[in-house]
Design a protein around this ligand. Structure first.
Ligand code: NAD
Length: 295
């Protein structure tokens, strides 16, 4: 499989498509935004004038779009991918979207004779550029095997999470843990400040104790203990609070649809909603510590 159609050449899709070119794939790309298409052309991607043109000769298609509505439209609308792509092509959606949309589109693809995977990523724009993304993949064993060389050209870790929609399920469950744990770690530092306990001392103790978690040891929300964390550069993202809110809302939608009880996930979504409504949506999500301090 050499010929790839890539749809959605934004902050993530642009560098992901560029890594496919570097790995020797022939990539034809499409995006609604002309400047993204121009940037992609400079990275060796052949720009297409329409969605259909981007996929009509493709052996595989990768999409990297904002949300479920965009993914449903791009695949299923008149002139969309399912009608334009050659039969038997492999379809990979790497957008972060709701589980229900992922399953609906995968089943429409199957009816049209195509294998489809949901393959959302973690690792952010840095991982997209460096080709070190983690892919969480839902779909059949055969489709997962076929996708290997494509996903490995854009990422470092590729995990099969089960059938259609399970990649999205893994992504939102993981990010719900992340949102909740970041709030927990932030509250602990805010309390420590009130109690006169030094940041570094709390870090040294908790990072070796039962409070240890990624939000503390890799992404600490106060400056100092983890020099690479966004707290050390004025909370420039990183991973924006808006993105965290999007994923927490997806988790809440999925919880409501499946009947799961996620009270802390709901609270985390509320707190990030409040934070974003204060105009902080472009800050890194770890900046929520400032709101919890009352700052
Ligand atoms: P983005 O807005 O930069 O890119 C999306 C692109 O899709 C845009 O260029 C837009 O013009 C294009 N687009 C929208 N509708 C289209 C259509 N009908 N046809 C063609 N192109 C269309 O967003 P992004 O940051 O690249 O994120 C993409 C996805 O990746 C999202 O689902 C996001 O949640 C997920 N994600 C992002 C990050 C991150 O750090 N940015 C990390 C992990 C996952």
């Amino acid at each position: 499989m050499k010929k790839i159609g890539f749809v959605g050449l934004g902050n993530m899709g642009g560098p992901m498509a560029a890594n496919l070119v570097k790995a020797g794939f022939e990539v034809t790309g499409y995006d609604l935004a002309a400047d993204n298409l121009d940037r992609a052309a400079k990275a060796g991607i052949r720009p297409a004038a329409s969605l259909a043109e981007a996929v009509q000769a493709a052996e595989a298609v990768v999409t990297m779009l904002p949300a479920g509505a965009h993914v449903r439209a791009v695949y299923q609308n008149e002139g969309g991918i399912l009608g334009a792509v050659p039969r038997g092509a492999l379809l990979i959606d790497s957008s972060t979207i709701d589980v229900a949309s992922a399953r609906v589109v995968a089943s429409a693809a199957q009816e049209a004779g195509m294998d489809m995977l949901d393959a959302p990523v973690s690792g952010g724009t840095g991982g997209a550029e460096a080709g070190t993304l983690t892919f969480m993949v839902g779909g059949s064993d055969t489709a997962f095997e076929r996708a290997g060389p494509i996903l490995q050209a854009m990422g470092k870790t590729v995990v099969h999470a089960g059938g259609a929609g399970n990649g999205q399920a893994a992504k939102i469950c993981n990010n719900m843990i992340l949102g909740i744990s970041m709030i927990g770690v932030s509250e602990a530092f805010a309390l420590a400040e009130k109690l006169g306990l030094d940041h570094q001392r709390l870090f040294d103790i908790s990072s070796k104790s039962s409070g240890q978690c990624w939000s503390l040891t890799s992404y600490c929300p106060v400056p100092g203990p983890v020099p690479t964390s966004p707290a050390n550069r004025g909370y420039q993202p990183g991973f924006t609070a808006a993105m965290m809110l999007k994923d927490l809302k997806l988790a809440q939608e999925a919880a409501a649809e499946s009947g799961a009880s996620t009270p802390l996930g709901a609270e985390a979504a509320q707190l990030y909603n409040l934070f974003c409504a204060q105009g902080k949506d472009r800050q890194d999500f770890s900046a929520i510590i400032n709101m919890l301090r009352g700052a």
